[in-house]
Design a protein around this ligand. Structure first.
Ligand code: FMN
Length: 205
């Protein structure tokens, strides 16, 4: 089993177990047909009132000028590794409902759901997605003329994960590190906050 696969305590979809966020990417373009399917998967996410508050700005390394513009909207620490990815995307949330201009409290939540769909679709196609909160939202607004009530929230590096053996030491170490998760009893409660639900303390037989 791949060291990065989830060491799940209970059975989950293979697709979910195999998803992880690499720091190293192969120097290989992603076919446009795959990219369209990734955004199509995002499109079919659930959203509060079906508002579909997600928007994406996307750039591929095949267009170096556009790629550099998008890269400039990432925090420096993320630029360092994300510049190797063949595709970058900025996730922009629409923060108000189109129909009444009221604040949409679920906007960022739903941008996240769309990102989850996109990541699952990517995994099924042998692609990897590394999401980033480390972006420069003000820079993104300036570079892309993002309108008021929309906000760049996260970015994604998309591509084929590299063989860690080919990476510089610091990245290799991160891409070989085992994936850690809190056990279910630490976040699934019954009766009172912090009280592990008996449901998750039982084991499958
Ligand atoms: C919304 C979000 C923001 C993230 N921001 C960053 C980031 O700015 N830089 C980074 O290196 N990783 C970032 N990550 C990746 C997480 O660190 C990673 O998902 C987490 O460590 C779990 O690892 P896994 O995705 O391989 O299971 C982000 C992930 C998510 C979902």
């Amino acid at each position: 089993m791949n060291i990065k696969n989830a060491a799940a305590d209970h059975p989950i979809l293979k697709l979910l177990a195999e998803r992880w966020s690499p720091y190293g990417f192969e120097d290989r373009s992603v076919p446009e047909t795959d990219l369209r399917s990734l955004f199509e998967a995002a499109r079919w996410a659930a959203s509060s009132y079906n508002e579909q508050p997600w928007n994406y700005l996307v750039a591929t390394r095949d267009d170096p000028r556009e790629f550099e513009r998008l890269l400039s909207c990432l925090a420096e620490a993320n630029q360092a590794w994300a510049k190797a990815a063949p595709v970058l995307a900025l996730g922009v949330a629409s923060l108000r409902f189109a129909k009444n201009n009221q604040a949409n409290r679920a906007a960022v939540h739903d941008l996240g759901l769309a990102g989850g769909n996109l990541s699952a679709e990517a995994t099924s196609r042998g692609l990897s997605v590394h999401q980033m909160i480390g972006i420069l939202p003000d820079k993104a607004r300036e570079v892309y003329q993002i309108p008021a009530h929309y906000e760049a929230w996260t970015a994604m590096a998309i591509g084929y994960k590299a063989d860690p053996a080919t990476l510089p030491e610091a990245l290799k170490e991160r891409d070989l590190a085992p994936r850690q998760r809190r056990p279910l009893g630490k976040f699934v409660f019954t009766g009172q906050w912090g009280q592990p639900s008996p449901l998750v303390l039982r084991h499958d037989t």
